[in-house]
Design a protein around this ligand. Structure first.
Ligand code: AMP
Ligand code: MG
Length: 271
């Protein structure tokens, strides 16, 4: 496997993120066009499956994948894609919605901490604690004096998870405003996609620039060496799928999970 593709999308700690300078339609580094990339993807799924099985068997460490994007950015599609290479035993998807009354009566990390992966597990977060510095900021749900300190609180929280054996990968799916328009329109036009559409999505779309500013600042403030952000160009779904598979395979490969040592089975025969 060619090493280091994932570095292409990784956000260096302390850097300033300019999403406007990253082309959402990029296909940089792809092994081919859409059709040419398909067999590579198949191979990556196989690798992912093998690595996940070892992580599960090892039972010592875990992987947390955070997925964030604007509405229609491809979070659901990415989850579906990744599951082609993941065994549901040992893997969980957690979707974070508007906090319930009970969730709101605790600190913002309470509901998130409860869903972090146990040893051996992979957890895919579809939205996450980052909503508390994104939608919350864009809509002034709490004052800046409350959300701004959350960057540090998030970094501390993630450092605590890392110290306890969780590897963290954070993926920002980067789509263009035009692509979002197409996807939202498709949700209106296609009866099988209409369930995903809410009129409120159009209200949210009007806050595009505010969301981009919030994403840029959040990603810049929380991309750390041990819990990096990756900005994945995501207008082309096949490229996005290849990129996220690469990132996960490289991450798990680097973790190098091992089957636990077997008990001494000398002379043991099944009767
Ligand atoms: P969806 O992902 O389309 O099912 O929508 C989930 C909704 O929940 C989105 O509009 C999010 O912005 C919203 N949401 C998720 N987390 C939070 C949060 N911590 N505070 C406010 N809204 C949130
Ligand atoms: Mg939605």
């Amino acid at each position: 496997m060619a090493k280091g593709d994932a570095a292409r999308w990784r956000v260096a700690p302390g850097s300033t993120v300019h999403l406007g300078k990253i082309d959402p339609r990029s296909t940089d580094g792809a092994p081919g066009d859409k059709a040419g990339t398909e067999p590579v993807l198949e191979n990556l799924h196989g690798q992912l499956a093998g690595l996940q099985e070892r992580l599960y068997a090892e039972g010592e460490r875990s992987l947390l994948v955070v997925l964030q994007a604007i509405d229609a950015g491809g979070k659901d599609g990415t989850v579906k894609h990744l599951f082609r290479g993941l065994n549901p035993a040992g893997c969980r998807v957690v979707s974070f919605k508007v906090p319930s009354e009970e969730e709101r009566s605790h600190d913002f990390l309470w509901r998130v901490h409860a869903k972090t992966p146990a040893r051996g597990e992979v957890a895919l977060f579809n939205r996450s604690h980052y909503e508390d510095v994104l939608v919350v900021r864009v809509h002034d749900l709490v004052p800046e004096a409350v959300w701004r300190p959350r960057y540090d609180l998030i970094n501390d929280f993630e450092a605590n998870l890392v110290a306890s054996g969780t590897r963290i990968v954070k993926l920002y799916l980067h789509i263009s405003r035009e692509e979002q328009a197409e996807r939202l329109q498709a949700r209106i036009d296609d009866p099988t996609k209409r369930w995903k559409f809410r009129k409120a999505d159009l209200v949210e779309r009007a806050f595009w620039d505010d969301y981009m500013a919030a994403f840029e600042e959040a990603i810049g403030a929380t991309s750390t060496a041990s819990a990096p952000w990756y900005v994945v160009p995501a207008d082309r779904k096949w490229y996005r799928n290849w990129a996220v598979s690469r990132i996960l395979v490289e991450t798990l490969d680097d973790m190098s999970p091992q089957y636990p040592p077997a008990e001494d089975l000398t002379g043991v025969v099944v009767a």
